[in-house]
Design a protein. Structure first.
Length: 390
């Protein structure tokens, strides 16, 4: 019917942002930053509009941005891509994911994701007529720190693959946990994909927002580059989630197939933002590190504060979010808690169940995801209100 099996419902992020507005609550739900973009990036967009770069750009993206994407992949990861036919500019990582899955997955093909996963994955796999298989990301708790330690069991991974597996979709750094998959898990995924001649798509939108160890792109692992579609976005790195500029790197045949779908989705993507994102991608390494260091301070502010209030907190290694267990506060059901928090504490958070296929977070059902990509003032105020509530 018209509702396409419930996929026409607003996403959990849209619902929770609406609750924040309705109750005038602080929004630690949806992951968008309070910060402005780097000045040079913002100025480049304004200048591009003044210069009249306001009409349809090439469907595959402005040449200057495609070159900047290829150069960035080479500088940070040693990966070499031809900007002429191995790079595609998209309308955010969202369109990149949708066009990739719609291009590569035929009805009845199996697609593996890790679980928990970013909610869009399940919706697009369903739109493509694919069959969604999940592999649990096991998250043991480090006894010393209380942090989550992600792992993918080789047995569970092997069990998820079959002769119908077309695509395995990976996300590292990982939303919602803020953790990075260990290189051994990534290599195990590559090895299984090779064994079953499956493709890999990898969502790496948090690649630059790391707080210790550097990001490991799966395409740089042995055997991976030819079968991997790497997806990223300007939104998180440069604090421009509303610009909706993302990109894909993959071998030419895959880019051609994905471009074929992209042309029917959006045809092309935000003209004046493309030269601005090229400026961002060309920043020196130290400028990327400053962005992450600044975010790291707010991570610490939120995680330290939540721990003092009594949550059991996992300190994330990357990204926008921490996950906090409300069990020690006598709140074992994060779903119900997330419903009450906007009115009881004036704070919006996302229950981890939103990232599970059947809405059952199992052992993580007391966890809330909270965003720290917000201003210090917002985080301090939210902590004060949560402390008064707890
Ligand atoms: N993938 C992940 C893991 C995300 O968290 C998000 C959004 N925050 C996206 C994709 C979508 O990215 P974009 O805003 O560039 O469309
Ligand atoms: N990726 C953002 C998050 O996880 C939300 C983006 C959206 O609302 N679709 O919060």
């Amino acid at each position: 019917g018209l509702l396409k099996g419930g996929r026409a419902r607003p996403s959990v992020f849209a619902q929770m942002s609406a609750r924040a507005l309705a109750h005038d609550a602080l929004n630690l739900g949806q992951g968008f930053p309070d910060d402005p973009p780097p000045v040079a990036v913002a100025e480049a967009a304004i200048e591009a509009i003044r210069q009249g770069r306001n009409q349809y750009p090439p469907g595959i993206g402005e040449a200057g941005l495609r070159e900047a994407i290829a150069e960035h992949q080479s500088r940070f990861y040693g990966l070499s891509w031809d900007p002429a036919d191995e790079v595609l500019v998209t309308t955010g990582a969202t369109e990149a994911l949708a066009a990739t899955i719609l291009a590569l997955v035929e009805p009845g093909d199996e697609v593996i994701t890790l679980e928990p996963f970013y909610d869009q994955y399940a919706a697009i796999i369903a739109l493509a007529g694919g069959i969604h298989r999940t592999v649990p990301v096991t998250s043991s708790t480090d006894a010393g720190s209380g942090d989550l330690v992600l792992d993918v069991s080789p047995e569970a991974l092997r069990g998820a693959f079959s002769e119908r597996t077309r695509l395995v979709l990976v996300n590292t750094p990982h939303n919602p946990t803020g953790m990075m998959l260990p290189a051994e898990s990534l290599q195990a995924i590559v090895d299984e994909a090779v064994r079953h001649d499956a493709l890999i798509a990898t969502d790496e939108v948090y690649e630059h927002l790391t707080f210790g160890a550097a990001h490991q792109p799966i395409a740089a692992l042995p055997g991976a580059q030819d079968r991997t579609v790497s997806i990223s976005s300007a939104g998180k790195t440069f604090s421009v989630t509303g610009w909706k500029i993302g990109w894909i790197t993959a071998r030419a045949e895959l880019i051609t197939a994905i471009t074929g779908v992209k042309q029917w989705l959006t045809y092309s993507s935000g003209a004046p933002f493309q030269p601005a994102v090229a400026v961002g991608l060309g920043m020196p390494r130290s400028a990327f590190q400053e962005l992450a260091a600044d975010l790291r301070e707010r991570r610490d502010l939120l995680t330290d504060g939540l721990r003092e209030i009594g949550f059991r907190v996992s300190v994330p290694a990357a990204g926008y979010f921490t996950v906090a267990d409300a069990g020690p506060l006598g709140e074992p059901a994060a779903d119900a808690l997330a419903e009450r928090l906007p009115t009881e504490a004036g704070v919006v958070a996302i229950p981890l169940s939103a990232f599970y296929r059947d809405g059952d977070a199992g052992e993580a059902s007391a966890y809330l995801r909270m965003a720290f990509c917000k201003s210090r003032a917002t985080i301090e105020q939210a902590l004060e209100q949560l402390d008064a509530w707890a």
